[in-house]
Design a protein around this ligand. Sequence first.
Ligand code: GLC
Ligand code: CA
Length: 542
Amino acid sequence: MSDSWWRQAVVYQIYPRSFADANGDGIGDLRGITSRVEHLRDLGVDAVWLSPFYPSALADGGYDVDDYRDVDPKLGTLADFDEMQAALHAAGIKLIVDIVPNHSSNRHEWFRAALAAGPGSPERERYVFRRGGGPNGEEPPSDWVGYFGGPTWEPVGDGDWYLHLFAPEQPDFNWANDEVRADFLRTLRFWSDRGVDGFRVDVATALVKDMSLPLPTQAELDAEDVVPGTHRLHDRDELSEVYAEWRAVFDSYDPPRMAVAEAWVPADRIKRYTSPDSLGQAFNFDLLQAQWDAAAFRAIIEEHRRLDLASGSSSTWVLSNHDVIRHRSRYGLPPGTDETAWLRSGGQDPAPDLERGLRRARAATLLLLALPGSTYLYQGEELGLPEVADIPVGARQDPVWAISGGDVKGRDGCRVPLPWEATGPSFGFGAGPAHLPQPGWFAGLAVATQSDDEESTLSFYREAIRARRRLQTAESVEITDSAGDDGDTVLQFARPNGWTSITNFGTEAVELPAGRVVISSGPVEDGKLPGETTVWLVAAEG
Ligand code: GLC
Ligand code: CA
């Protein structure tokens, strides 16, 4: 079991700049994390996934890395890292670090060397430079649009342009280059030698690209008839070679290091990342994108269980992360709400029903925690934090905001520093104001406010994770037909030991089958399961 702890783990994502600030400069740091390990231990999580903490100008919240084998001085030192890791390990919590292989920052020493060395140099071969079009190279090599909405090519003034699928400060590496491949293996060994238990692989689908000429147009790239595995920029079959090399490094450690891919690909492509000779696990973003609907949840769960059993991987379940609107808000919005437009309205139009959002969020969490596989939680969801949808214009940090000319608000609203106390300049986050402004209503959701309240969302998360640990068995699970319902509104499944989870997606209460209630996401009375509620049952004697 120790080799495969990750197969059924509860993993808590820390976005370090917004978790806890030990030195009061407004930015969360590694010593802040060390000071809050108790919170993680009380919550009962098995592992922490730490978003990037490397030296960075923060053009994209740290996903623009200057140096892969160091700690950002704003966040601490390598010694602070070791201390944090030791504190987590002493609390029985594993550590997964985020690795960003698709692009570095434009301040990385290799990129600076590439600019200095000029066209045609080996230094430029480590990135994706191409000559511009037009008589003097003044036209971009193609009309591609990046993930953040802007152009993907940036001129460097000598006729060459470099590719950046994300912000201009994030030049893409050339994964056909041996030095790039070797350097990442070195980085994986660096952190593995230091004792980390695993890696989350950022944009795991984009590393390998087909840049042969002529480059297609954006319209050609978007063509629907691209054979899977052959798209120029995304999810190419050759990625397996890269990850096979990585796997060899991971497996040279005892215990082997785990990896989880950020892979926004259709379910039938995911095994390329999750098989045992590849990264081993990948995020399944289907539930994060699903409507609150029993049939939708059922279809996703069944499909992923089938695929994961076939690939030898374990499933992953995710409702939130640092890139999406917090799920309490999402579940409080009417189906079909355009989230970008909703953020543009400052979270006003339409007004979310946050009570309903919380009810559904708690029910969904309890459902996820009963499933075989790993559940990934995002910091603050254990407090029931909604999205902060009205961050003032001047405080916005997400590069999407600037690239879209202020049209798309971006992801800052799920990255607001956590409230630990009900009072203080940043609600106990640090001794001064936080780098993103926190709303006054954070006081009512602070850790200290909820900690001793048995009815609070924080207490609910603690109890649910504890109960899961007690009940957890082999990974098998059976989706049974729901009692007293045609299956349209109720989703029920069980483990072989009788641990049964029932979620009522509807609004009318339904009859509960016999059994002892272990925990429920909301009040359960008179043998009835209210709407938008999940309950766990065991055999009456159990
Ligand atoms: C991933 C990260 C996101 C980042 C992007 C570029 O999608 O989760 O936060 O902006 O990669 O590195
Ligand atoms: Ca700090």
